[in-house]
Design a protein around this ligand. Structure first.
Ligand code: HEM
Length: 211
């Protein structure tokens, strides 16, 4: 048994690396998305707690990008799969789990794009960046579909419990967030209308009072 471990590592080592880093990547994406959604409504009055959560959100997102990189490398170096660089970077170029892996590749690019955009948010513009950042939920959903489609361990009770236990609150938070965005927009429009009415009233009064 002990003697077979080096043999297993030699033949399945990169497969184990790719599976474990895939799971780690998904867990980190889940935590980061969850934190992002909880922070979006600014529910924390304590600025120190808010700062800590923001830092954790950023660090888990960066760690997820590293784990995705290791995951891609593990797949690339898997002697059984031998997908080649094109297989791990171009959707539908791989021979196995074509659609599921394509979904994973798109999730990887989306994560990279959104992660890097954080450091260029001033140049992009806060409003546009915030809108684009909402697409992070897609990384989570695509990652989940990819994991169920291509994974070897994703039908285990542990993974299913993690997916269900985190997926339901994330879905609820996302729906709440959409509603909160719409409500804030409606509040802004109502305030702008009231402002315009007050300005018009003041102008009319000024004309009326002019001798
Ligand atoms: C760079 C693009 C990606 C490629 C080429 C890729 C490829 C693959 C492949 C071939 C598998 C099957 C491994 C096996 O034999 O079990 C897999 C599994 C998995 N991938 Fe990816 N993936 C990519 C991106 C992602 C991303 C972005 C995530 C997370 C958000 C992710 C999470 C997972 C998970 C959780 C599994 C299941 C591990 C297992 O149970 O075996 N992958 N991926």
């Amino acid at each position: 048994m002990i003697n077979s471990i080096p043999h297993t590592l030699a033949t399945h080592g990169w497969w184990i690396v790719s599976r474990s880093s895939g799971i780690v990547a998904f867990v980190l994406v889940t935590v980061s998305v969850f934190l992002g959604l909880t922070m979006a409504g600014k529910p924390y009055r304590d600025p120190r707690l808010s700062r800590s959560l923001k830092a954790l959100h950023e660090q888990t997102a960066l760690a997820a990008l590293i784990a995705i990189g290791i995951h891609g490398l593990g797949i690339l170096l898997d002697p059984w799969l031998q997908p080649g660089v094109v297989g791990v970077t171009v959707p539908f170029a791989i021979g196995v789990h074509r659609l599921s892996v394509a979904v994973g590749i798109v999730a990887g690019y989306t994560a990279l794009l959104l992660g890097v955009s954080f450091y260029f948010r001033r140049r992009i513009g806060a409003k546009l960046w915030r809108k684009a950042h909402r697409a992070t939920i897609a990384v989570y959903v695509l990652g989940l579909l990819h994991a169920f489609g291509a994974g070897s361990d994703t039908h285990s009770v542990l993974f299913l419990a993690w997916a269900a236990g985190t997926g339901v609150p994330i879905a609820l938070l996302f729906v709440y967030r959409l509603g909160a965005g719409r409500r804030a927009g409606e509040r802004r429009r109502r305030a702008a209308r009231a402002n315009a009415r007050a300005t018009a009233r003041a102008a009319a009064q000024a004309i009326y009072e002019t001798p």
